[in-house]
Write a protein that binds this ligand. Structure first.
Ligand SMILES: [Zn+2]
Length: 467
């Protein structure tokens, strides 16, 4: 009781001081409002760019966005000159694997709230406003993290989204990620429709809106999720207004999950050309589609590039460059695989046909699946990959902003528009001319606040002893 009394006294004094401070200086009208002027605005909804645009931001949200002269700022608003710059919405990533990467180690023991936050801050550094950990985050810890982040207990970072995953016993992610997820008992293992329905009901009861299922046998290493089980997953999930993401890499499996009603296709068929039957299915169902092809193509750090190197410890970069043999999914800098040319040919045929048939492309990277991939930079690789496969840059930006925001139910992110959160990237070159200009980041703003990129960079350098 004595301790409590002493603390209350000190807290009371602090409280009185802050109240007094506030009452003496009432905020002037318009204070807190910021007018960003003169930039080219890429709204993110597919509309043409707004040249010489202005954005009015108040209390973390856009209150007006338009051409100069169409927006009136309140008296006392701060003005920020962005002439010569291009602004696009901060990105939304629909698929990563957060928590295991430690840059010198990669393991289940790394999965702490502090490491999750570190990954989310890396995403923010590279212009990502929200990112989704898919199927590999421990549910209770993830829910707690979301509550804490919503309550404002963490420094600024990308918003954390997650969804549980479902697979047959010992199934789920690739062999490396599976070692870690098994240790944390993350994957919901199901063998029958009843078990699948019960698992979905549990998730719905926790307020979870998305679920992932793996329909794959990883080259015959475990039995594939049976059609009656994944059909039950989709049926039960839809009955509870949940969205189903389906991992499938073979044409027959993609057809089966789309036919069953999966809402989001994860991965691209790279081993065979897609056929007319599949195109007809896509036209009818119009699933969202996460290609997840950017990470290893080729590994970003094989050639010196500060954009990628700045977020990685030098010893990790050196070890990736020294790795010449190809390992599935892991970064390496050897010669391309003998199948690469054939795969590229299939992809350049399948990609535009998927889009033309109505597959709704969304940004997803699979970052964190394996040691050595950093969070945030993979997004820029994925965008560039799409454009190389023929997608116009303006459409790539929609697929990285408003569309994944819509998929993930983030009505407050993904576009430069009144009412949305002021989360945006300031670039010093136009990505509509060259998609790689998304890497020319001057500043990132999250909910109206300038993200401290320099501070984060300095903290990495200090940790690595490179400063
Ligand atoms: Zn994945």
């Amino acid at each position: 009781m004595r301790t409590l009394k002493v603390m209350s006294g000190a807290m009371l004094l602090a409280l009185l001081a802050s109240v007094a401070g506030r009452s003496q200086a009432p905020p002037p009208a318009g204070s807190g409002a910021v007018l960003y002027e003169g930039a080219r605005l890429i709204v993110g909804d597919g509309s043409g760019p707004v040249e010489d645009g202005v954005m009015l931001v108040e209390q973390g949200r856009f209150t007006a966005v338009g051409r100069r002269g169409t927006v009136t700022a309140p008296a006392g608003a701060t003005r920020v000159d962005l002439a010569g710059k291009t602004v696009m919405p901060a990105m939304v990533n629909a698929h990563v694997h957060i928590g295991y990467e430690g840059y010198t180690t990669w393991r289940a023991e790394n999965h702490t709230p502090a490491n999750v936050l570190d990954h989310l801050r890396r995403e923010a550094f590279y212009g990502v406003a929200a990112t989704t950990s898919v199927g590999t985050s421990p549910t209770d810890q993830a829910l707690q993290f979301q509550r804490d982040q919503r309550a404002g207990q963490f420094p600024p970072a990308a918003r954390f989204l997650f969804m549980p995953g479902m697979a047959p016993p010992n199934g789920g992610p690739d062999a490396v990620l599976r070692v870690a997820t098994n240790q944390l008992r993350v994957v919901n293992e199901v063998t029958s429709p009843d078990e699948a329905r019960a698992a979905i009901r549990r998730m719905a009861g926790q307020g979870i809106g998305h679920v992932k299922m793996w329909v794959d046998d990883r080259r015959g290493t475990y039995p594939k999720l049976a059609p009656e089980v994944f059909t039950a997953i989709v049926d039960e999930a839809h009955g509870r207004r949940m969205i189903v993401h389906a991992h499938a890499i073979q044409l027959a499996d993609q057809k089966a999950v789309v036919r069953a009603g999966a809402d989001v296709l994860v991965h691209m068929v790279q081993s065979e050309p897609i056929d007319d039957e599949y195109l007809a299915l896509l036209k009818a169902k119009k699933p969202y589609w996460a290609t997840v092809i950017g990470l290893g193509d080729p590994t970003a750090v094989c050639n010196p590039d500060p954009f990628f190197e700045q977020a990685l410890p030098p010893q990790l970069i050196a070890s990736i460059r020294a790795t010449k043999e190809r390992r599935p999914l892991a970064p390496s800098c050897g010669p391309p695989s003998p199948n690469a040319a054939r795969r590229e040919e299939v992809m350049s045929r399948n990609f535009p046909r998927m889009i033309a048939a109505g597959a709704r492309l969304v940004l997803a990277t699979d970052t964190g699946i394996h040691p050595g991939h950093t969070f945030g930079s993979g997004e820029h690789l994925e965008l560039a990959r799409w454009v190389r496969l023929g997608l116009p840059p303006a459409e790539a930006i929609v697929a990285a902003t408003s569309r994944p925001a819509q998929l993930m139910g983030l009505t407050d992110l993904g576009a430069l528009a009144a009412g949305r959160r002021a989360s945006f990237i300031v670039l010093d070159a136009n990505p509509l001319e060259d998609i790689r200009n998304t890497r020319r980041i001057v500043d990132v703003y999250l909910e109206g606040e300038r993200f401290d990129r320099e501070g984060l960079l300095a903290s990495w350098r200090k940790a690595w002893g490179t400063r």
